[in-house]
Design a protein around this ligand. Structure first.
Ligand SMILES: Cc1cc2nc3c(=O)[nH]c(=O)nc-3n(C[C@H](O)[C@H](O)[C@H](O)COP(=O)(O)OP(=O)(O)OC[C@H]3O[C@@H](n4cnc5c(N)ncnc54)[C@H](O)[C@@H]3O)c2cc1C
Length: 433
């Protein structure tokens, strides 16, 4: 059987690996001039920096852990919630440093309250958005914040207002709380800072034929064959596995003939594609403390900007900071020209670390939302999305067209391991035809 796979991200390459190992003829068509899709490791600033997916979220039970190990990639644990006491440093809007212990208390108060709300939310909120949950919290349903310190209130506010938006890559209003669907694997979050996801996918892709810079435009399927039309001609196979991002499916940039079934098309429309962007800045020297993993800034801009920083100096010893924007913050940041974005970063760093902060010597920023091969960062569960929509997206059509990609995973959507598992699942579906 000859199988054409569209997309050489983790889903496509995992499927390719599984099918090649089972003895099938496989070719992957990839629109970009590189593999990896929404994982993209760049080393031009010095360290291996991942500008898409960068953590293995939860190593326990995560298939990527063993693959990363076999590939020779190395990682370091990131303590997002300051479990060890000095791994998150936080600053107020005017640059005053907040007491770490009190600030951390705010993170845990909010997380604890939301966990309690999970059980009681149904029927109490006007809709299932995270905004409604946060409003119930703020309205005092489970809020025990009376008498909390200023720094604790700020830790609480950062978690409520900023962290959820960059984790979901969407606004609190658009994101459904989606109780129980997303599963977080245990064991913490490991930053792949030695070799990055590039090393992992290169290892996974060995022996799989991949044609780069080949953009698929149209997929025609019939009982006996699939014809994949690209910008460089038409190719025929026995089956086709589509792994392009949800944003690309929503855009209609790839057409299907016959059209996709109405149920699948409706599921694609209802689902949410989020926004999450990064800017990495390399400085002439390290002028900030190396102990914290994360530096948080309580921006008073609406939407908040320059609020979350990853301290590469901690992980690799390099003079590099990476600033993140998620959801509405990412959308807004994409409207800012490079030099203004850098100026905003430097101004914020000056507030936190004093007037001697130098200009960066180089930088790299992402624009996943505008990239024609991603059109967003990763899927989120949108208010109005139906429980079965991810399964509907994953369903094969006419035993000829198969679907994988992070958005098709019922529990690990929005992650690299979700993409990987979906690729293996789709390969097995093809093998069982
Ligand atoms: C900024 C950011 C941060 C993230 N952080 C994390 C993290 O820390 N940990 C984590 O687990 N996950 C993270 N994710 C999510 C994770 O990166 C993705 O879920 C995962 O990489 C998706 O893999 P995929 O194979 O489903 O899709 P993709 O990697 O997008 O692969 C699809 C492929 O299809 C190709 N393609 C698209 N259109 C066409 C076409 N017309 N013709 C041919 N090829 C086409 C694309 O170029 C791409 O290579 C992050 C993502 C982003 C963007």
């Amino acid at each position: 059987m000859k199988i054409i796979i569209v997309g050489a991200g983790f889903a496509g390459v995992a499927a390719g690996r599984t099918l090649v190992d089972a003895g099938h003829e496989v070719v992957i068509f990839e629109g970009r001039d590189r593999i990896g899709g929404r994982t993209h490791t760049d080393s031009s600033l010095g360290p291996d920096i991942d500008f898409g997916g960068s953590w293995i979220h939860g190593p326990h039970g995560n298939p990527l852990n063993a693959i990363a190990k076999a590939a020779g990639a190395t990682w370091k644990w990131t303590d997002f919630k300051n479990l060890i006491g000095d791994s998150v440093m936080a600053f107020d809007t005017d640059g005053t440093q907040l007491d770490t212990a009190e600030y951390t208390q705010g993170i845990h108060d909010y997380d604890g309250a939301m966990a309690m709300l999970e059980g009681s939310i149904l029927g109490q909120a006007p809709d299932d958005s995270i905004k409604s949950m946060a409003d119930l919290y703020a309205a005092g349903l489970v809020d025990d914040s009376a008498g909390e310190s200023y720094a604790t209130a700020k830790g609480n506010l950062f978690t409520r207002k900023i962290r959820f938006q960059y984790e979901n890559a969407a606004s609190l209003e658009e994101s459904a709380y989606n109780v129980g669907a997303y599963l977080k694997l245990p064991g913490g979050d490991n930053l792949l800072c030695g070799g990055g996801y590039r090393r992992v996918i290169t290892h996974l892709a060995r022996g799989v034929e991949i044609k780069l810079s080949l953009a698929v435009k149209d997929i025609k399927y019939a009982d006996d064959r699939v014809t994949v039309c690209t910008d460089q001609g038409d190719f025929v196979g026995d089956a086709c596995l589509v792994t392009v991002p949800l944003g690309v499916l929503q855009s209609g940039n790839i057409t299907f003939d016959p059209q996709l079934p109405a149920e699948k098309a409706a599921a694609i429309d209802r689902m949410g594609m989020g926004n999450y962007e990064k800017i990495a800045l390399k400085f002439p020297k390290i002028f900030w403390p190396t102990e914290p993993h994360r530096i948080n800034f309580l921006s008073d801009h609406e939407p908040p900007l320059y609020n979350a920083w990853l301290n590469f100096a901690h992980f690799t010893g390099d003079p590099v900071l990476v600033c993140y924007h998620g959801g509405p913050m990412a959308q807004y940041s994409n409207t800012i020209e490079d030099e203004d974005l850098i100026a905003g970063c430097v101004e914020t760093l000056k507030k936190m670390f004093g007037p001697d902060v130098p200009d960066p010597v180089s930088y790299i920023r992402t624009r996943w939302a505008e990239d024609e091969f991603s059109l967003g960062s990763y899927s989120f569960t949108k208010v109005g999305q139906l429980e079965g929509d991810r399964d509907e997206l994953a369903k094969p059509v006419a035993q000829k067209l198969f679907f994988a990609g992070e958005a098709t995973h019922p529990n690990f959507y929005g992650t690299v391991h979700g993409a990987y598992e979906s690729g293996v699942r789709a390969a097995r579906e093809i093998l069982s035809v």
